[in-house]
Design a protein around this ligand. Sequence first.
Ligand SMILES: C[S@@+](CC[C@H](N)C(=O)[O-])C[C@H]1O[C@@H](n2cnc3c(N)ncnc32)[C@H](O)[C@@H]1O
Length: 279
Amino acid sequence: MSQIATNVLTALLEARTGQQISAYRSWRLDTALKPLLRDRKLDTLDQLVTQLLEGSDRVIGDRIVDALLNQETSFYRDALVFESLVEAIADAEAKGRAVRIWSAGCATGQEPLSLAMLFAERHEQTGAPIPEIVATDVSAAAIARARAGRFTQFEIQRGLPIRRMMRWFDGDGSDWIAKPELVKMVTFRRLNLVADPAPSGQFDVVLCRNVLLYLAADTKRCVFATIARALRPGGLLVMGAGETVIGQTSAFEPSKRFRGFYETPPPGSTTLTAGRAAA
Ligand SMILES: C[S@@+](CC[C@H](N)C(=O)[O-])C[C@H]1O[C@@H](n2cnc3c(N)ncnc32)[C@H](O)[C@@H]1O
């Protein structure tokens, strides 16, 4: 692949999503775009880039971006987070209001559907209300898949206990389809965290896990600021197991109430997790 093709593809991804593919990860381009090349009956990435630049095919840019996004996910990923979330949601409910959760960068839906199952079962057992769950992703293809609720045998086996699979999914050939009442508990929509405003209204918890790892520092700070504005006072940010806000933004600090979660510093606080961070 020519350097020009590499540059065009990485620039396209970054312009559309903020995601950076650095030189040492550029091998990803070949692997990720192979199925698209096959589909388009093309031999090389240079030919794909030529088609893109000709501008005759309006969807090719979307297909390239979708293929390059890392959409790795699973049901109940980092299971302990879900236990802490039940406590955090109960705490928010104790303030006497309807609780709202935003799954930002939800990929193909496993994260918000895990939440929906968890809180629907809690409702059956205790009568506690089911929080409103809004789930967004920059990838229209991922959102379409999430709304369809269709998972392969491989996907369904990743993290989902058999009891829940039988309770909430119907088999269809070798796939499994989420029951409509489960999918209905989640509002799915396309949203680009680096370009669009947050969904309307304020949230008690935002999960933004394994989404910001490859964003440039300034872009990341803007996304943290967007999330901070979307949270109610005392609201919580949940990130991926290998992620932190420390040294990245002054908009969040580690929560003193819920270990591993983050919250906005109290008004007037001088706590800064990044000295030069402006967001
Ligand atoms: C690795 S997956 C993580 C999915 C899920 N949060 C989890 O932890 O299992 C990252 C997701 O972030 C989405 N994403 C990347 N850049 C984004 C952006 N600028 N706005 C919204 N979503 C984005 C990708 O499309 C992908 O579905």
